[in-house]
Design a protein around this ligand. Structure first.
Ligand SMILES: [Zn+2]
Length: 381
């Protein structure tokens, strides 16, 4: 099966390359905003928008008027236009809000460029990018397949990254004849029906404390600057602290992503059928007790990763209803023992007297229920 895989690498541009990246971001933003303005005007007058093709033709004219647009990667400008027209299409289909003007002050600055005639490629420990030429990068793995496009990004902390999308062939993984149930934990991240508890709270809570502390410092500095009548953009101490907070954020995000990637890959590799609860995260976030742990450990990001990896490698994800009373049923005898409040971490079945850990029992039930519905669906075909 051919799939699109994304790769993200840190890049180390030279001073000159940095300048060119900034210029390209600026020009892409200019093109986006200019055509957005025109698009809005036309829409107000006629009730219809423009088309990508008409804008693209006009872009050629625009380059004669603003010659500096020619200094940067032309496919980046076209991508910016394509991006605008796509957002408009989605807006007309009522899938998202109307596109908004891009700001210079946006903390993340980026542009996207398309692959044509070998203009993007990895050669040893450097990556070739249009107009920029060879850029040094931290090659953490090989890029496999046909490169489709690349996005060059500057983070609020001043680090540069490239995200590459490549089309590649994946082979189904070997079948293991093993199935597993996963329960979203409250004390741990996830509990598997084989009894394993997956924890990442130690790291998160430590970093979280640090983040809260540094954020408090940041608001104090903002207040200080305000009292002294200094504009935040010119407040050195404030800006320094802002960078520090962004760095911690970045670290937390990266570590979490890494953790979720490793865990989802391991589960997909070792099991053929993976049963999980179909959680309505929005609904659950209203419950304050659960809100923190869920947003913390990015359960939905984990499910997304499991789902696409299952598709790639020929494995199956079975989602069971979130109303299924997984923590009420005894996984040994099937007796439904009634509702249990969140404080109850373990209990003894009143019928078979088996003693259960709340979460392990729940994940066993999720596995059994998932397999049941999988077999049902299978026999219907
Ligand atoms: Zn029982």
């Amino acid at each position: 099966m051919s799939v699109n895989k994304a790769y993200k690498f840190r890049i180390y541009p030279t001073k000159q390359q940095e300048i060119l990246i900034a210029k390209t971001v600026g020009c892409s933003r200019f093109v986006f905003n200019r055509f957005l303005g025109q698009w809005n005007d036309t829409y107000k007058e006629t009730g219809k928008g423009l088309t990508y093709n008409s804008c693209s033709a006009e872009l050629t004219q625009l380059k004669k008027e603003f010659v500096w647009l020619k200094e940067v990667d032309s496919t980046a400008l076209q991508s910016s236009l394509k991006n605008l027209s796509n957002s408009y299409t989605r807006f007309f289909k009522k899938q998202n809000q109307a596109p908004r003007f891009k700001s210079k002050k946006n903390p993340v600055q980026s542009y996207t460029t398309k692959h044509t005639n070998g203009n993007i490629e990895v050669v040893n420990n450097k990556i070739k990018l249009p107009k920029l030429g060879f850029v040094r990068f931290a090659k953490s793995r090989e890029v496999e397949g046909r490169i489709l496009h690349a996005t060059i990004r500057r983070n609020p902390t001043g680090k540069y990254f490239v995200s590459i999308l490549a089309e590649t062939e994946v082979q189904p993984l070997e079948k293991t004849e093993s199935s597993i149930g996963i329960d979203l934990g409250i004390t741990a991240f996830a509990i598997l029906s084989d009894g394993r508890m997956i924890d990442n709270n130690k790291f998160t809570s430590k970093m979280e404390k640090k983040l809260t502390r540094e954020q408090r410092k940041l608001s104090k500095r903002a207040l200080n600057a305000k009292n002294k009548g200094i504009n935040l953009l010119d407040a050195k101490n404030y800006q320094k602290q802002k960078c520090k907070v962004a760095r911690i954020h970045e670290k937390v995000t990266n570590q979490r992503d890494d953790f979720l990637n490793k865990l989802s890959t391991e589960i997909i590799k070792n099991h053929d059928i993976i049963c999980i609860e179909d959680l309505n995260t929005k609904g659950m976030l209203c419950n304050h007790k659960l809100a923190k742990s869920i947003s913390d450990v990015s359960w939905s990001a984990f499910v997304t990763k499991l789902e696409y990896k299952a598709k790639w490698y020929g494995k199956t994800i079975v989602k069971i209803s979130r109303w299924f009373p997984s923590s009420q049923i005894c996984s040994d005898c099937g007796h439904q023992d009634g509702k249990k409040s969140l404080e109850i971490r373990d209990w003894t079945c009143s019928v078979c007297h088996e003693h259960h850990d709340r979460d392990i029992n729940a994940s066993k039930n999720i596995l059994a229920e998932g397999l049941k519905s999988f077999v049902l669906a299978y026999t219907k075909i």
